[in-house]
Design a binder for this molecule. Structure first.
Ligand code: SIN
Length: 481
């Protein structure tokens, strides 16, 4: 891929331009540690221009016909699919996921635009009468106003479309700061929306190597009305304090520590299949990744052996190469964290069934790893691993398994494998999470409300309620004569 084919400038008020300071930062390919592109490095001054551009067109954009907003999203959906290979190549280069997975993300990400193109024309209200019969109540929905969108590097396209889609559908304008590791996909997406007819100023993209200052400026500046953030719980907590200064609406998709329960009556082959997805999708770099496996003693040996066999058969390498199943982790810090967590678990008595040692040489590669006999005190039991490491703990009593599964500050998703319908519902109800994969290793879908409880976040993205996060209620009191 040559730099000339990819957008690298800021996108503000419908114009592509360098940062005001002229500064750039380098995007690195995590498979090769080589530069992919130099990208304009937005500053607070650029951020200010971006939010002002968004605010300037908010009123007109809110008045745009819903069908028009819908059709822009629909055209963008089709353009994304037409450019699947191009977008997948950009994602693989800047983030590392294998091309097949990157193509999968293109389809997943595009679907948010199709979904919200359909929701744009279905924004309804309510009409009722007060209890005493004296007043009419008419409830309308209005766009919340200019939004701040902050996305992570693990799904560079889908986390953008999951926020931009409902914002456009609802009639909100926005400023968008993609992760500094993966700005190229976000800029390519802006180009597609421009081509689809999105008016100037509705979407403004500011990549930056100084995200703290840029986002803070937006949150505390008093112009933006809404923050939609996906990222770590620690950063999310900081942004919540900044958003509080202007009492801003927030949607927060934060970390996870997903339990994966395999009951004595589970179909083990199916559980292994689900574990492969729940653990290895995106090299384990997802907030929905199964972090802790709780497996009934009677099936633990079979599950661990079959999972290790499947994992051992995978090819680790550059995501751009044919036949690669597992790409690199995002950066050296990510790799070192995974290696440290595995070493800690081993020191505390865990057994390595497969993997367990970082791949030497260029790139941030860690092989799929299965650990058994992982104790509750191992650090990875209370830390998002964000890598391809399955940590297995055995249980005898289901109540103990549920208690251990819930023994975390997070509550994004849980996975349950059982063939008994009563047990399936009972365990799903007992897990303190926002989503449950019941004999399923993947819960993410644009038609479903994605989100968690406890410190995994606030609000939901996708599904019928996803657009609500970008709308305010207004109620009109009208006396009846
Ligand atoms: C995330 O890891 O942040 C999102 C995962 C998904 O959409 O499946």
């Amino acid at each position: 891929m040559t730099e000339s084919r990819i957008a690298t400038e800021l996108y503000i008020d419908g114009k592509w331009a360098p940062a005001e300071s002229g500064a750039t930062f380098t995007v690195i390919n995590p498979a090769t540690e080589q530069p992919v592109a130099e990208v304009a490095d937005g500053s607070v001054a650029d951020a200010e221009r971006a939010i002002r551009a968004a605010a300037a067109v908010q009123r007109d954009w809110a008045r745009t016909a819903p069908r028009e907003r819908s059709e822009i999203l629909r055209r963008a959906y089709e353009l994304i699919l037409d450019r699947t290979d191009e977008l997948a190549a950009i994602m693989t280069a800047e983030m590392g996921k294998p091309l097949a997975e990157a193509r999968g993300e293109v389809a997943y990400g595009a679907e948010f635009f199709r979904w919200f193109s359909e929701e744009a024309v279905r924004i309804g209200g309510d009409h009722t009468t007060t209890g005493d019969g004296k007043n009419r109540i008419i409830v309308t929905r209005e766009p919340v106003g200019p939004c701040v969108l902050v996305t992570p590097w693990n799904f560079p396209l889908a986390m953008g479309t999951r926020k931009i889609g409902p914002a456009i559908a609802a009639g909100c304008t926005m400023v968008f700061k993609p992760a500094e590791q993966t700005p190229l996909t976000a800029l390519a997406l802006a180009g597609i929306l421009e081509e689809a007819g999105l008016p100037a100023g509705v979407l403004n993209v500011v990549p930056t190597s100084n995200p703290g200052a840029v986002v803070r400026h937006w949150l505390e500046g008093g112009i933006a009305r809404k923050l939609s953030f996906t990222g770590s719980t620690d950063v999310g907590k900081l942004l919540l304090t900044q958003a509080a200064t202007t009492v801003m609406r927030t949607s927060m998709e934060l970390g996870g520590n997903a339990p994966f329960l395999v009951c004595a009556d589970a179909d083990i082959d199916r559980a292994v299949e689900g574990a492969m997805i729940a653990k290895l999708r995106n090299m384990g770099e997802t907030c929905t990744a199964a972090n802790r496996f709780f497996v009934h003693r009677s099936v633990a040996e079979e599950f661990a052996t079959k999972l290790a066999d499947r994992m051992t058969s995978l090819t680790v390498g550059d995501g751009a190469a044919d036949g690669t199943d597992i790409g690199p982790l995002i950066d050296r810090a990510g790799l070192e964290k995974v290696a440290r967590l595995v070493a800690d678990a081993r020191d505390r008595g865990a057994r390595v069934v497969t993997g367990g040692t970082a791949v030497e040489g260029a790139g941030y590669f860690y092989p799929p790893t299965v650990l058994t006999d992982v104790g509750p005190d191992a650090e990875l039991m209370s830390t998002e691993i964000f890598g391809p490491v399955a940590a297995i703990t055995v249980f005898d009593d289901e109540e103990d398994a549920v208690q251990a599964a819930n023994d975390t500050e997070w509550g994004l998703v849980g996975y349950v494998y059982t063939q008994d319908v009563d047990r399936a519902f009972s365990l799903s109800e007992q897990l303190e999470v926002g989503m449950v994969g019941l004999n399923a290793g993947l819960v993410s879908n644009p038609a479903a409300p994605f989100g968690g409880v406890k410190q995994s976040g606030l609000g939901r993205e996708g599904g019928r309620i996803g657009i609500d996060e970008f709308l305010e209620y207004k109620y009109l009191a009208i006396p009846r004569s």
